[in-house]
Design a protein around this ligand. Structure first.
Ligand code: S3P
Length: 429
């Protein structure tokens, strides 16, 4: 899946599909298992480049990771050890930021870097609060950007009040808190995804949640079995396409339904799509089957506490909004500017070039629809979600083609995306 691609599929989308394992849960399963006092088994781990970066990182720290049939087995070392080389996190912000929290307590020197996209993403948001715990970290460009250099040090339990809701920052601090000399509290302005809290608790760590504040007591997790649900953020591309393409009906099977991740389902319903949610028995994370059927869509407002619950889905929501009647407004989403690319700029430009009516704000956008989309050439900018969103946009181009300059980035989270899309479209491009 290297290089450029010309998309020329036609809908509607029909059928059931499964998506690969949840990316956020997969990173955590590997990393927390590597910190544990006994081995773990992980089922459904995402086999994609981002999680590969975390796998190589925990191996560099002394864990042994093995594939065993449907499971990935993680044998943690007695103690994590100084990596012998620079740790390359590739495109993965989650790997780099969570590792900052862990490495802050690992004796010795560690260096974390990544690809051109990751080296443009801010790290001060983790460095500053970790330093308040006694951590020793430095970064390039006045402490703003990776690479990050970490020297392990004794850590102090600390109370943090975050300015942005960020699961990566929250998780880095809670992980550092496992090694601190007393409890660590992280309070955020809105709830970001809470996979860390759930998984650490499931692994026996003492963790208290009080509203938007989480307090962790130092201690190592114990190993166990982690069941990874399908990634609702991957399913989102196909669910949004189906919602807006007349005649479509698709079912995503066994996707994660953690309420801190299901903002998209609320938005689909608010816009008028027909959504059926059938929960399955919980195995750690809530999960179930989601069916979406096309219906005439209307614009909606997405802001405030809803935003962290669908932050990664906003690029494809922008595509869907071009097909909805009236105005869709997205606010409070400044974080989109510091994802794998500046997603407001990437998506705003690509959709406008395809004929959409998009107005960009510093913290969001307004999209007026419905507008037919036309052929367009897209720069995917090392951003998997931009590539997949614009492949979905092509379905609304009425036979027109969308040229994606580089689709290798799709392997970051959803290597089988184009195959699944082809199948739901009836096999045609
Ligand atoms: C992630 C958290 C989110 C999300 C990212 C994955 C995680 O970022 O955008 O794709 O696994 O913790 P924030 O740190 O902004 O919440």
């Amino acid at each position: 899946m290297k290089g450029s691609m010309i998309c020329r599929r036609r809908g509607p989308l029909q059928g059931a599909f499964e998506v690969p394992g949840d990316k956020s849960v997969s990173h955590r399963a590997l990393l927390f298992s590597a910190l544990a006092t006994s081995p773990s088994k992980v089922r459904g781990l995402l086999a994609a480049e981002d999680v590969g970066a975390t796998r190589r990182a925990v191996e560099a720290l002394g864990a042994v990771v093995r594939d065993e049939g449907a499971f990935v087995v993680v044998e943690p070392p007695e103690r994590l050890s100084e990596p012998q080389d620079v740790v390359d996190c590739g495109n993965s912000g989650t790997s780099l930021r969570l590792l900052c929290g862990v490495l802050a307590a690992v004796p010795g020197l560690s260096v974390l870097t990544g690809d051109a996209s990751l080296r443009r993403r801010p790290v001060r948001r983790v460095l500053d609060p970790l330093r308040r715990m006694g951590a020793v970290l430095h970064a390039r460009d006045g402490d703003r950007l990776p690479p990050v250099v970490v020297r392990g040090a004794p850590l102090r339990g600390t109370r943090h009040v975050l300015e942005v809701a960020s699961a990566q920052v929250k998780s880095a601090l809670l992980l550092a808190g496992l090694f601190a000399d007393g409890p660590t509290t992280v309070e955020e302005p809105h709830l970001s995804r809470d996979h860390t809290e759930r998984m650490l608790r499931g692994m026996g760590v003492s963790l208290a949640v009080d509203g938007l504040a989480v307090t962790v007591t130092p201690g190592r997790p114990r190993g166990g079995t982690v069941e990874v649900p399908g990634d609702i953020s991957s399913a989102a591309f196909l669910l949004c396409a189906a919602a807006a393409l007349p005649g479509s009906r698709v079912t995503a099977r066994n996707v994660g339904l953690n309420p801190s991740r299901t903002g998209l389902l609320d938005v689909l319903q608010a816009m008028g799509a027909r959504v059926r949610i059938e929960p399955r028995a919980d195995e750690g994370e809530p999960r179930g089957d989601v069916t979406v059927e096309a219906a005439p869509l209307s614009g909606t407002v997405i802001e405030g506490a809803l935003v962290p619950r669908l932050i990664d889905e906003l690029p494809v929501v922008m595509v869907m909004a071009t097909q909805a009647r009236g105005r869709t407004v997205i606010r409070d989403a400044r974080e989109l500017r510091v994802k794998e690319s500046d997603r407001l700029a990437s998506m705003g430009e690509a959709l406008a070039a395809a004929g959409a009516k998009v107005e960009l704000f510093e913290d969001g956008c307004a999209i007026d629809g419905p507008t037919p989309l036309g052929p367009v050439a897209v720069r995917t900018r090392l951003d998997h979600r931009v590539a997949m969103s614009m492949a979905v946009a092509q379905l609304f181009a009425d036979g027109g083609e969308v040229h994606l300059d580089d689709v290798a980035c799709v392997a970051t989270s959803f290597p089988s995306f184009f195959d699944v899309l082809d199948r739901l479209c009836g096999g045609g491009r």
